[in-house]
Design a binder for this molecule. Structure first.
Ligand code: OFO
Length: 170
């Protein structure tokens, strides 16, 4: 049995994950329009992963016989100063999402909701990976100086990222 308060908080998290997807889709579009196909690829993969995160919570709510309620998704920015700006904004956003996941777990602990605590553990691990990836790319961009041949090499590197759909239950 999951409390109404917990369901409401999980519904909010679906919205945050959908906004994440929307934000990274906007960054992908911006990358394409500025001649950076590798960055566009990386952000499009990230968009798909964020949609999977939203669906993971959506399915969790449904599996418990509760109702998902969808809210309006905020409009993301459509232009960015440069690739470093996009990744600094990405890292900042992921830190916000990590905080949000931690707050959900705090609520689940307070409510002695063990099922939701276990379900959220996956997100704790995922957030470590997400922030780590962003920090790595920021470091590469710093090394590359953010332009010219260095930027070209980072773009080539980000072009290799491949989307892996989630496996059942994993
Ligand atoms: Fe869903 O991990 Fe990013 O936001």
């Amino acid at each position: 049995m999951i409390s109404k308060k917990m369901i409401e908080a999980l519904n909010e998290q679906i919205n945050k994950e959908m906004y994440s997807a929307y934000l990274y889709m906007a960054m992908s579009a911006h990358s394409t329009s500025t001649g950076l196909p590798g960055f566009a690829n990386w952000f499009m993969v990230q968009y798909k992963e964020e949609m999977d995160h939203a669906m993971r919570i959506y399915n969790y709510i449904n599996d418990h016989g509760e109702k998902v309620s969808l809210k309006a998704i905020e409009q993301p920015p459509s232009t960015f100063k440069d690739p470093m700006d996009m990744f600094q904004k990405t890292l900042k956003h992921e830190q916000f999402i990590t905080k949000s996941i931690n707050e959900l777990i705090n609520l689940a602990i307070k409510e002695k909701d063990h099922a939701t605590q276990i379900a959220l553990q996956w997100f704790v691990t995922e957030q470590i990976e997400e922030e780590g990836n962003d920090n790595d790319i920021i470091a590469k961009l710093e090394l590359a100086g953010g332009k010219g041949n260095g930027l070209f090499m980072v773009d080539k590197d980000l072009a290799t990222r491949i989307y892996t759909p989630p496996t059942a239950g994993g």
